[in-house]
Design a protein around this ligand. Structure first.
Ligand SMILES: *[C@@H]1O[C@H](CO)[C@@H](O)[C@H](O)[C@H]1NC(C)=O
Ligand SMILES: *[C@@H]1O[C@H](CO)[C@@H](O)[C@H](O)[C@H]1NC(C)=O
Ligand SMILES: *[C@@H]1O[C@H](CO)[C@@H](O)[C@H](O)[C@H]1NC(C)=O
Length: 405
């Protein structure tokens, strides 16, 4: 349970350190600070290192946000012109999408990777600057970005990881705006599909509490309150930890732990990956952003967002595809979100499909072949074919060993 309280890598590190202070070691989820005996298998693939066609500072509500654009490196005849927007998870940034970007770019897609406000290389304003972080705020950022940078006639596919999957679903449905015919979400008008690599339950894990009742709920609520009071609401402590405890070595070890199913973990967890987590953590606005993300209202669950817009999604036949690392302790397949989408994918009366992969929370960088599964779905939408890949399709819900792909 404790490991479900956390989201992405930086949070994993912080949470591990801090909960170790509060919870009995042994029960607590403490990332081992010693890397496991890593596999020395020959890497199957060189680690991707795509070069952005453009890097932009997009100004959102007066604050600079960082984004990268990757034009297709191949022209695929007859393929629809489609823009893919990638939205990262908590504490992450554009860099960890390197494998996804390279594959999609080579497959004829224009790829946009955004750093959410308060994270990555984007500005990290706080409440004094009028910013309250929420899934809806980020969805508005993604929508404003798309309106400013993507031609109105294009098809847009929004894809996310973890918390970013929630932002993707929210932006795709225009949920940050309203839910009627006056919804003027730019992406909603041009939505071609939604992709999710694992999906979180809210901006922070407080929504996990909704899965519990009675005594358990009381206990876990108390733990959350305690953590908020002692840790996540404690700016001096967060500042101290981010400044002095979070080192490149610590992050490297945490990432190595997260990438348990990588065949070439030493190659994958390279310096550029570590630095993409390290430097944002050192920004002066990070403690405040992190504190808000942990303690603000988590917002609605993805199930609630889906239900609210199910008519729109079904009428417009907006396909949703999930590629889920089923060894993920952070957003487990057996949790409420995984169960919901897996059950939906098992039904044939919607446009939701899911592939499971043997990987953790960041399947697309840990096990790059995960991206092939997403690409297959993406290509089906854009190659002029109308194949639906709902459960029942040979890939839907079937766990393929990667060497068979
Ligand atoms: C941010 O949230 C606080 C506390 O809920 C509220 O008082 C404030 O008005 C909010 N600010 C903005 C800009 O929404
Ligand atoms: C969906 O179908 C798969 C394969 O038949 C099954 O293993 C799984 O339990 C089902 N999941 C849900 C949530 O219905
Ligand atoms: C969406 O689902 C409907 C109903 O199952 C199906 O007829 C249609 O082909 C699907 N469309 C796409 C784009 O998958």
């Amino acid at each position: 349970m404790i490991n479900r309280l956390v989201s992405c890598t930086l949070a994993v590190v912080l949470h591990g350190l801090l909960s170790a202070l509060l919870v009995q070691p042994g029960n607590a989820f403490v990332p081992a600070l010693v890397p496991p005996a890593s596999s020395k298998a020959t890497p199957l693939f060189a680690v991707a290192n795509p070069t952005a066609t453009a890097a932009r500072d997009f100004v959102f509500q007066g604050h600079k946000t960082y984004s990268e654009v990757y034009e297709p490196t191949a022209v695929i005849p007859k393929k629809k012109k489609c823009h893919v927007i990638l939205v990262h998870g908590f504490g992450c940034g554009t860099l960890y999408w390197r494998e996804t970007i390279q594959l999609f770019q080579q497959s004829g897609y224009t790829v946009h990777a955004l750093d959410l406000l308060g994270q990555g290389k984007s500005a990290k304003p706080g409440r004094a600057d009028g910013i309250n972080y929420s899934i809806r705020l980020w969805a508005q950022q993604v929508d404003d970005y798309a309106r400013a940078n993507i031609p109105p006639s294009s098809s847009i596919v929004v894809m996310g990881n973890s918390l970013g999957s929630m932002v993707a679903l929210t932006a795709a449905t225009g949920d940050q705006t309203n839910n009627d015919d006056t919804n003027d979400g730019f992406i909603r008008q041009s939505i071609g599909g939604v992709g999710m690599y694992n999906c979180g339950v809210g901006m922070n894990s407080r929504n996990v509490l909704r899965e519990f009742s009675g005594v358990q709920k009381v206990i876990f609520t108390a733990i959350f309150d305690l953590l908020d009071a002692l840790v996540f609401g404690n700016l001096p402590l967060l500042t101290y930890v981010l400044d002095n405890v979070v080192t490149q070595e610590l992050l490297k070890n945490a990432l190595t732990n997260l990438y348990q199913y990588a065949t070439d973990v030493d190659e994958r967890v390279n310096d550029v990956l570590v630095d993409s987590f390290y430097y944002p953590a050192k920004d002066s606005g990070s403690p405040q952003a992190l504190s808000q993300i942990y303690t603000n209202d988590p917002g609605d669950t993805p199930m609630e967002v889906y239900e609210r817009h199910s008519k729109f999604l079904l009428d417009r036949q907006v396909p949703i595809h999930l590629v889920w690392g089923d060894q993920d302790p952070v957003t487990p397949l057996a949790g409420s979100v995984g169960t919901f989408f897996q059950a939906m994918a098992n039904e044939s009366d919607n446009n939701i499909s899911m592939d499971l992969v043997t990987a953790g929370h960041i399947p697309f960088d840990e096990v790059p072949e995960s991206n092939e599964l997403m690409l297959k779905w993406l290509d089906n939408l854009n190659d002029g074919t109308t194949t639906t890949s709902n459960g029942g399709n040979f890939l839907g819900n079937v766990k393929l060993p990667f060497f068979l792909l």
